[in-house]
Write a protein that binds this ligand. Sequence first.
Ligand code: M6R
Length: 627
Amino acid sequence: MCGIVAYVGEREALPILLAGLQRLEYRGYDSAGIALVPESTGGRAAPAEGEHRLLVRKRAGRLRGLRELVEQTVTQTPGVRYGTGIGHTRWATHGPPTDANAHPHTDCTGQIAVVHNGILENAVRLREELAARGHRFLSETDTEVVAHLLEEELAASGGQVTKKAWLAMLQKLEGSFAMAAVDARHPGRIWLARYSSPLIVAPGADGWLAASDIPALLPYTRKVFICGDREAVCLQRREANFFTFRGEPIQKVVHQIGWRAEQAEKRGYTDFMIKEIHEEPAIVERLSERYAPAGQVELPLMWPPSWWEQRRQGWLIASGTAAHAGWVAKRWLERIAGLPLEADVASEFRYRDPLFRPEDWALVISQSGETADTLAGLRYCRQHGVPTLALVNVVGSSIARETDQVVYTDAGPEIAVASTKAYTAQLVVLYLLASYVAKVRGRGQVSTEGLAALPRLPEQLADVLAREQELERVAQQLAEVEHVFYIGRGVDQALAAEGALKLKEISYIHAEAYAAGELKHGPLALIGRGTPVIAVLTEPNLVVKTLGNVQEVKARGAWVAAIGMEEYQSQARAAGVDTWFGLPELPRDLRPMLAATPLQLLAYHVARLRGSDVDRPRNLAKSVTVE
Ligand code: M6R
């Protein structure tokens, strides 16, 4: 999805904008651009009226292209500095990824430039009206209307963008947006606004910064102000004024971000994805110390034990990998805590007219806290009076702010598009939640063994990571194939779904996950000589059943690799498994946290062997803020 960065201050804006855009690359983008406002530094007269010109540079493709363009064309003019600027990475929605469609977009005079994340739903009508009034459009984007709307407001605001003009323009927009605008006639000022798309403002680097995502700001500050919906800001070198869309001033609360700048850097690893997988042992250790010190669950939950006793059913609201974590949680909550969880994906949930009952609750899971479908599902629950508990990684994100209560998964910034460490962190917190709910519902004995073993998990994860080469060898068998099937039962089915998602999104191999018992109801027709099948074997009461299905695919010539508890190896070999990756002994409930890592490593190494851009797979974005 798109990214925004903005700076106004005493330093040159360009290097700050380019560094910020680089830190936003992970969001996924297909073009990038910047707009800088010239200002006199005294050695030369300020630009005369009519001479004001923004310096706008934009280019389709990677940020490298924009950098080259900027190096070729931005020359320092003596006496002129560029201390105010906005930058953008675009993920195409309206119009293809071309230079013309890249942001910033300008008005007819070229004196106003705008960058925007989100979708303007009334852009087509606005564009027709503006064109009828003589405005000339240079792009196919929805965003360009903003520059022209602002241009029209100038007559009423003394010829430059003012608070009045900014607010009057905002009233005309429908849809979602985080946006930033600069005016060539007014250096030292940036106008910002947010509705339903993240926007963060922070002091730092001898001025003020704004960005759509925290990682862009981390080198300068860890104190941030998170803009709420229908909030606007005017940034100047030494101050930031926040106000509502009705113009009332707002006192903002500062948020302290726990992340460090180096957490958003590769630190010697080839890719962010592999770095993030290797962070998993430390994350599990941190989470168990924080939320289960001395083997007792201490989650920051505001609902009292009696509230949990009365619950009859939960509703999962999550997408992609977060939904897969929820599918594991469904098994835990139902088996350990005796509390049913209806587990759909958020994009289906929001349109299915769920039949809520008074004692229902909703479990929302999201790494970014910004996923549009998940956020919509959360809002739907709140509108219908269903209490919401959200597990979120990004502090202050929309879901974290809008939910009734939030538990942070504390995995640090996840930069690779493929979610890995965030998933493992979600599993840990979900397991602790299920254990807590079990305890307050009088079923605590079910989870004692797992809680006692949790401190062992980081070391076991580290052992799995130390055997990465074994998985690299398995990956070699898969590098040239076109289809892979993942199978499992119970929790292993949910793990298979996640393993298949990892493989398909970064290696572009068609990967399908099936409940192993479903194979003979159709998918078995696809199995032939050499078809690769990955079996997940952690469920003690289901391993024999899944191995029965392994024998069925072997009988049709499949090549089977299995990831499972070491104690099942001999049974698996007897069933015909060709390649085995064994996991050390661990109580049943903790096994998903251990089995996920080899599935992630396998996908990673297949993708590397196929030469994929592992961190930035094609067509995908890190945080899916549009429906
Ligand atoms: O930020 P979220 O956890 O809400 O994101 C949900 C999905 O978009 C995300 O997990 C996606 O499926 C990842 N690319 C999976 O690796």
